[in-house]
Design a protein. Structure first.
Length: 114
């Protein structure tokens, strides 16, 4: 598996997880600039949720959450504000992070409002 296919697999797992939790998936892999991409944009009741997904084959080298740096967070925020300008009907929003570890078994961690 390449890093790209691992990431796509993790995003599919995260989308399915969110759907089972009652989220409505609005968009995936939305690019706002060369540096700003949001993996999943979803709706949780009346709140717009911007989700960053990090996937690893195993947790040997640590948690996937550790890969969400301050720079990455700021890039997500840039995209978030562009999206809100394009969609002014949304008043409530948050940023969530989902980590997916694939082996030895699939493990999902969901942090809300990071």
């Amino acid at each position: 598996m390449t890093n790209i296919s691992i990431g796509k697999n993790g995003e599919e797992i995260a989308k399915n997880y969110l759907a089972k939790q009652g989220f409505k998936i609005l968009e995936t892999n939305r690019h706002f600039s060369k540096l700003s991409e949001i993996d999943i944009i979803a709706q949780d009741k009346d709140t717009l949720v911007f989700v960053e997904v990090k996937t690893r084959k195993t947790d040997i080298c640590g948690s996937p959450m550790e890969a969400i740096t301050k720079t990455k967070y700021n890039h997500i925020r840039q995209g978030l504000f562009i999206y809100l300008q394009e969609n002014p009907k949304y008043k409530k929003y948050r940023i969530d992070a989902i980590s997916v570890i694939l082996k030895p078994e699939v493990k999902i961690e969901h942090l809300k409002n990071i």
